[in-house]
Write a protein that binds this ligand. Structure first.
Ligand code: SF4
Length: 384
């Protein structure tokens, strides 16, 4: 009998791996297809390049006020800081994002960034920042936030959106969410900048269906997301939707993750399922995994490579080796194995660090030797 097609995490994992195995080809295909659809495309290697491109587009459009969605890739590249540095006001439309920003905190869970804040803390933040009556009623808290955000939504015509997926075969750009904020942003924007990390490219619409189902299962335990928003091309004159659409594909360290042998981690679709079962994440939240944007077991694998050395060296050790994260991953990432491999890699780095410190102590009293060695080391360890 013929072997039945793979289902569930195995099939979704294969869909992700198909792209990772030949990433440059899929990047080229997506850029060509989206470009043919009338979307302005760019492929950048770093967060700085992505922000330069975004600021350039905003300046050209004369935009001084923009809205953004909830998207980890936007946190990763630090688009809020870049906008502020260029006197561009950026508002986060997602209520959870808006709350953590007002509270001066970082988001914790990939889907519910304010999940770590109790209602009392949210109420206190809103009272302090928005001068509203004290309440812990969730409906009142939500409507307190909603009104000013809606006013901003109605007067702002430029939006920046981190995508969930983009389809190489036809150039479709896709966002998923449970509250509809992506759909509102995209429907009302005249000018839309979409940002996608390269590994989230999907080969074709069949794989897209698989991965949308995988995301919904991991994120909300449902068959489908409440909102799937797809952009194929700019809206025609007189039609609804953005007239000008940009797509910026960002690498920002993905190639390093691939070459370090942790490519399987790039299958991650950031659904948050592993966070929900991780006893360490439940206790410490996002704080222990190094600076934003990622958290939970997947951050333990990718942060030590993605972030500057030392910033997240201990992230992989925030693990009790309970292995609960493995079975829940909807794209079949073997997180327990990758975390163990990352811990092993960090031990090697720690040994190298101790050796470097010993050497540094001995070289410091001899500047004539210290600086040439430092220059040599800099050349050796400087990132591409
Ligand atoms: S590693 Fe798997 S379970 Fe965790 S966020 Fe990524 S896709 Fe979801």
């Amino acid at each position: 009998a013929a072997t039945p097609p793979a289902q569930g995490p195995a099939a979704a994992g294969q869909a992700r791996q198909r792209v990772l195995d030949d990433l440059p080809t899929f990047v080229e295909q997506l850029l060509a297809q989206a470009g043919a659809n009338g979307i302005h495309v760019a492929h950048v290697t770093s967060a700085q390049d992505a922000n330069r491109r975004i600021i350039h587009i905003l300046r050209e459009a004369g935009s001084t006020e923009i809205l953004r969605n909830h998207a980890l890739i936007l946190d990763e590249i630090g688009v809020d800081r870049a906008a502020a540095a260029n006197a561009i006001r950026i508002t986060r439309l997602h209520a959870g994002d808006h709350i953590v920003e007002l509270a001066g905190e970082r988001g914790s869970h990939p889907l519910w960034p304010a999940a770590h804040l109790p209602a009392e803390a949210i109420s206190a933040t809103l009272q302090a920042k928005m001068r509203v009556p004290a309440t812990v009623d969730p409906d009142l808290l939500a409507s307190t936030l909603r009104m000013p955000l809606r006013r901003t939504l109605l007067r702002t015509h430029t939006a920046i959106v981190g995508l969930n997926f983009a389809v190489a075969a036809d150039g479709a750009l896709v966002t998923l969410d449970a509250d509809g904020h992506n759909a509102s942003l995209i429907a009302l924007a005249q000018h839309l900048i979409c940002v996608l990390s390269v590994e989230q490219i999907v080969a074709d619409s069949a794989d897209l269906d698989l991965l949308i189902a995988a995301f919904a299962r991991g994120a909300w335990g449902r068959a489908l997301p409440s909102y799937i928003t797809q952009i194929d091309r700019p809206a025609p004159s007189g039609g609804d939707g953005p007239r000008r659409v940009h797509l910026i594909l960002v690498d920002n360290g993905r190639s390093r993750i691939l070459t370090a042998g942790f490519g399987e981690a790039l299958r991650c679709i950031h659904c948050g399922a592993c966070h929900n079962v991780c006893p360490l994440f439940q206790q410490v939240g996002a704080a222990g995994y190094g600076p934003a944007p990622y958290s939970g077991p997947i951050a333990g694998v990718i942060h030590p490579i993605l972030l500057r050395p030392g910033l997240a060296a201990d992230a992989a050790f925030l693990c009790s080796a309970c292995t609960a994260c493995g079975p829940v991953c909807p794209v079949g990432i073997d997180l327990p194995r990758l975390l163990q491999a990352q811990r092993q890699r960090q031990r090697v780095w720690h040994r190298r660090g101790r050796l470097a410190f010993w050497l540094w102590q001995r070289l410091l009293p001899h500047p004539w030797l210290f600086f040439p060695v430092l220059r040599l080391a800099g050349r050796r360890w400087r990132r591409p």
